[in-house]
Write a protein that binds this ligand. Structure first.
Ligand code: HPA
Length: 274
């Protein structure tokens, strides 16, 4: 495994800085099926992950594998179109890379999106959940191993991980958007299998409103390096066992496609208020 020390993160950031020659204000990490937002970025500079020495590769088909710098919502943004997940085989420590890269590039606020299964039965497919907190009871932490003091302390607080001020902005922006919004708790499962109906019943008892296979690794890394973060989940399907039908990746993709237009409009509006 690549040694994930400070020099490594610096070398990746220096390479990207040299290409974009500017400092982004906002970092964006796009979830499955939500990559259309990247195509709205103007004055683009695109860097393929594979051209960045030592960078990770995105192995999921619906994830593009490009870093896009440019303008969106009147802000300078850097967008990861294609994210990394533990289920692809990446050790948790490696999943710190996107947020730490953003931090070293000078990003001030980050927004992460994901596709998720709705656990809360009052939610509907196509609704959006503004993440207010998360549950991660499985797997290790991306911050395990030697602490990198340049990013943050060994033990760190997570009470405002999904930054209250950004959630307030996100809620204010929901007015007149033709989508239904909720604020709720996201529960992480490692995947790649969808959860079992029993796991979903347990998740509901524990207080989860939605489940997914991403985001928490980035949120923990953001909390460690004091990066303000907003997380948005698209309810692409009802979670396992809620409806009498099997879960498929096609359903996830179809819902993401269907709400893509109003969702991208909404995210752009949020970014403009950051
Ligand atoms: N579970 C986990 N991850 C997901 C789901 C789900 O139901 N839908 C989209 N991503």
């Amino acid at each position: 495994m690549q040694k994930m020390d400070y020099a490594y993160f610096r070398s990746v950031a220096d390479f990207v800085k040299n290409v974009i020659k500017d400092e982004p204000d906002v970092g964006i990490i796009l979830g499955s099926g939500l990559k259309k937002l990247a195509s709205r970025i103007t004055e683009k500079i695109v860097v393929d992950y594979k051209d960045i020495p030592g960078f990770l590769e995105s192995t999921v088909e619906s994830h593009e594998g490009k870093l896009v710098f440019g303008r969106l919502g009147n802000k300078k943004v850097i967008c990861m179109s294609g994210r990394f997940h533990h289920y692809e085989g990446y050790p948790f420590e490696m999943l710190t890379l996107p947020i730490r890269l953003f931090k070293l590039l000078g990003v001030r606020k980050t927004i992460v999106t994901n596709a998720a299964g709705a656990v809360n039965t009052s939610y509907n497919v196509g609704d959006i959940m503004i993440i207010k907190d998360h549950l991660k009871l499985t797997g290790a932490s991306p911050l395990q191993g030697d602490n990198i003091d340049e990013f943050g302390p060994r033990f760190f607080d997570t009470t405002d991980m999904y930054t209250a001020e950004l959630r307030k902005t996100a809620l204010e922006c929901t007015k007149d958007v033709p989508l239904k919004f909720h604020e709720g708790v996201y529960m992480y499962f490692t995947g790649p299998q969808f959860e079992t109906p029993a796991e979903i019943r347990a998740a509901r008892i524990l207080g989860a409103d939605a489940v997914g296979m991403s985001t928490v690794t980035e949120a923990l890394t953001a909390a460690h390096c004091s990066m303000p973060l907003l997380g948005l989940s698209v309810m692409t399907n009802m979670a396992a066992g809620v409806l009498d039908k099997k879960l498929t990746d096609e359903e996830v993709g179809e819902t993401a496609d269907r709400i893509s237009e109003p969702f991208c409009d909404y995210v752009e509006k949020v970014i403009s208020r950051f």
